[in-house]
Design a binder for this molecule. Structure first.
Ligand SMILES: Cc1ncc(COP(=O)(O)O)c(C=O)c1O
Ligand SMILES: [Zn+2]
Length: 471
């Protein structure tokens, strides 16, 4: 459908007409800054920045009902620049013209209802949102689509001598960054990723290598890599692609927009379980629901359930005790969320204290629960990674501890694809997770290939098949 056709059918103009005033704003001192230079922290007080549209109020000229219709109708449009996460263009970097948007197929990931067996195991009906079905197989593509569209627009409007895109990563950020950067002209952009050696899966290591990025492995964990890229971003001319860069958070809000749309724009009765690592995702999800609530698009904020492993749970501990303490992490199968000092924690605190209040809960789960939940989920039609397993385990535990009510509707965020973390499944099946992670392999969840001779008879014998009686 063209916008013109749809306009003549519905009377609604579906192309963006909003005149935004997009700026960086400091989460501490509230000063705002124009977009003419690339910023990651407040030049005055060094706190985190967020992206704000100072003309957001103008969006209220449309009612919540009208916005719902615009976003629903846009799904049947085929307009470059209004696809994927940018279906919600007015709410994600609206200053970037449609012609500068980079779309590689991200967003609109499916919301899959758990089957009867799994719902019995969980105790409630629930859904899994499969963000592993993004181009680089994780939710990071949402924020990378916004960051690279922002950069594309920035390069066109500023004299740059070439940009070096850089990030630290637990594996998925680097895969997404390298993929999206590789789409921009090589003459304008180069891509570098910093990984903690041996702490990303082989699939995640192969992704940025395949996209042509310079991959630098350093000893330590993610927090060590993050310190280095923060120093580089502070002192050198590089474009930081970690979620500390608020243009990443802008795109990641689309997860919330899609959940709201998929739940019929009613979210007051919804609980969303989210695995937390660096806390960029949960920040973006809360900011996204807040945007929708301000515009009257949803009937109320959902309950956000942050989930962490007992090997890396500073946010969950903060929620329990009221005290935030960065911690040293120990190895976790939810490796991508294995972060002891989440960069976006100050944003989480602000969003919870000012808006979400009791609508934000957090829960700690064990490594055993994470593995068992992932494997159990994948035996029932899902394709969840260890972090998705963490979300599912968190929902189950929060329900059993009565931390959250068992009424309403439930969504688990599976942040990446099962295949990226296949090694953890292999090690569980081989009984190799005992030492580092304290995970015992449960017989009923273990599966191994069976070697038999290449004969129908041998296979039929192994399967105890009964021979059909010929009449
Ligand atoms: C698959 C996956 N799940 C969850 C997370 C945690 O997200 P965040 O760091 O935004 O809290 C990450 C981050 O690297 C990830 O790659
Ligand atoms: Zn400031």
């Amino acid at each position: 459908m063209t916008p013109e056709n749809l306009k003549s059918l519905t009377g609604i103009d579906l192309l963006p007409a909003h005149a935004p005033d997009v700026r960086y704003e400091c989460v501490s001192c509230a000063q705002s800054f124009g977009l003419e230079s690339l910023l990651y922290t407040c030049p005055k007080c060094k706190s985190l920045l967020r992206i704000v549209d100072k003309n957001f109020e103008a969006l209220k000229s449309r009612s919540g009902e009208e916005w719902r219709r615009v976003f629903d109708l846009r799904r049947s449009l085929d307009v470059a620049g209004l696809k994927g996460i940018f279906l919600f263009h007015e709410l994600i970097l609206p200053h970037v013209p449609l012609s500068d948007i980079i779309y590689l197929g991200e967003g609109h990931t499916p919301l899959i209802k758990a089957n009867g067996e799994m719902e019995e195991w969980m105790g409630v009906e629930f859904f899994v949102k499969n963000d592993g079905q993004n181009p680089s197989a994780s939710f990071k593509d949402r924020g990378m689509a916004s960051a690279i569209s922002f950069l594309n627009n920035y390069i066109k409007n500023h004299e740059t001598k070439g940009v070096l895109g850089i990030c630290a990563s637990t594996g998925d950020t680097s895969a997404a960054a390298a993929l999206y950067l590789s789409y921009l002209p090589k003459t304008a952009v180069k891509s570098v990723v910093l990984l903690p050696k041996g702490k990303v899966t082989p699939q995640q290591l192969g992704q940025p290598l395949g996209s042509g990025a310079t991959v630098i492995e350093v000893p330590g964990v993610f927090d060590d890599c993050m310190k280095i890229v923060e120093e580089l971003a502070e002192n050198y001319d590089v474009f930081l692609l970690n979620s500390k860069n608020p243009v990443r958070i802008s795109g990641q809000k689309s997860f919330a927009f899609e959940v709201a749309q998929q739940m019929g724009w009613k979210t007051a009765d919804v609980t969303v379980a989210v695995p937390i690592g660096n806390a960029g995702n949960v920040t973006a999800i809360m900011e996204g629901f807040l945007d929708l609530s301000r515009l009257g698009i949803i009937d109320g904020l959902p309950l956000i359930l942050g989930v962490q492993s007992h090997h890396a749970n500073p946010v969950s501990t903060w929620r329990e005790t009221g005290e935030y303490k960065p911690m040293s992490v120990t190895p976790s199968v939810a490796q991508a969320a294995m972060i002891g000092n989440p960069v976006s924690f100050p944003k989480v605190r602000g969003l919870v204290e000012n808006y979400f209040k009791e609508r934000f809960k957090a829960v700690t789960v064990t490594e055993q629960e994470i593995m068992d939940s992932m494997l159990f989920g994948n035996r029932h039609g899902h394709v969840v990674c260890t972090q998705g397993g963490e979300a599912i385990a968190g929902l189950r535990r929060a329900l059993s501890e009565k931390k959250i009510p068992a009424t309403g509707r439930f969504v688990c965020d599976s942040t990446s694809h099962q295949l990226k973390f296949a090694g953890f499944q292999d090690d569980y099946f081989a009984g190799k997770l005992e030492s580092g992670f304290g995970v015992t392999s449960k017989e009923e969840l273990v599966n191994q290939p069976v070697g038999l001779s290449a004969s129908a008879e041998a296979i039929a014998g192994h399967l105890h098949l009964r021979k059909r009686i010929k009449t």
